[in-house]
Design a protein around this ligand. Structure first.
Ligand code: SF4
Length: 233
């Protein structure tokens, strides 16, 4: 077994103690959607625990090791109690838990608009087609670029979204090349954002305008509304 496999096993070890059929949930809360074409809308977030990636700029490391086991129906009840037509399943990495799939289907069955934020390192084939997928393609400076599962690009729907989080000009050049060579901007909504505090938004805007790409510059809206370090918003 390689060191990589060993470190991945260590990262997901918390899931081994999860009761069968349950979901390990870090937090459920209502806030403003901040990072997609749904940005600005009130949204319920179901943040699942545990991630097998370790992006160097990750802003939710608390989800790596903290979670509580919930029955699926209890998660659905909590979401319904928060009374909002938009719900996002995020993490951590939601697709590490097979129970996330029936959870999304049940929420869609109740007429909710369901978003899934995933790292792009896991096969999205089994995700209910009613779900709007927001897939992070990891740029080089995340440290997790090797985990991108390129076959997922042929599984996304035209209504799904691809997000590039940029920490440097090198990341932007990489994202622009991937977008051009795979015609992502003609197939999906493509979103460009900056690692908060790492690059200046005017610089990212300038690079985008010079690139000629028709992709969307986006802010991490919640970090402008609230304290950038705040949790549960
Ligand atoms: S995939 Fe998401 S949750 Fe996992 S380390 Fe990267 S940013 Fe953090």
């Amino acid at each position: 077994m390689t060191n990589l496999h060993l470190s991945t096993l260590h990262r997901v070890a918390l899931l081994q103690d999860k009761p069968p059929g349950a979901l390990l949930v870090h937090e459920i809360y209502r806030s403003i959607q901040g990072e997609s074409t749904f940005a600005g809308l009130p949204c319920i977030f179901v943040r699942l625990a545990v991630c097998d990636s370790r992006c160097v700029w990750c802003d939710t490391p608390h989800a790596f090791t903290q979670g509580r086991a919930y029955k699926l129906e209890d998660v659905v009840d909590q979401v319904e109690a928060l009374s909002c037509p938009l719900v996002e399943i995020t993490g951590g990495e939601p697709l590490l838990q097979a129970e996330a799939l029936p959870l999304m289907a049940r929420l869609a069955d109740r007429g909710l608009t369901v978003l899934l934020e995933t790292s792009g390192a896991h096969d999205i084939t089994p995700v209910d087609p009613r779900v709007n997928i927001i897939m992070d393609l990891k740029c080089p400076d995340s440290g997790e670029c090797a985990g991108n599962l390129w076959a997922n690009l042929d599984r996304l729907k035209p209504t799904d979204q691809i997000k590039f989080v940029n920490a440097s000009h090198r990341d932007f050049d990489w994202a622009a090349e991937i977008t051009r060579s795979r015609q992502l901007d003609q197939r999906f909504n493509v979103l460009l954002s900056a690692v908060f505090g790492e690059i200046r938004l005017p610089d990212l805007a300038d690079w985008l305008l010079k690139s000629g790409l028709q992709v969307r510059l986006q802010l991490q809206l919640h970090k402008f509304v609230w304290d950038p370090q705040a949790r549960g918003v």
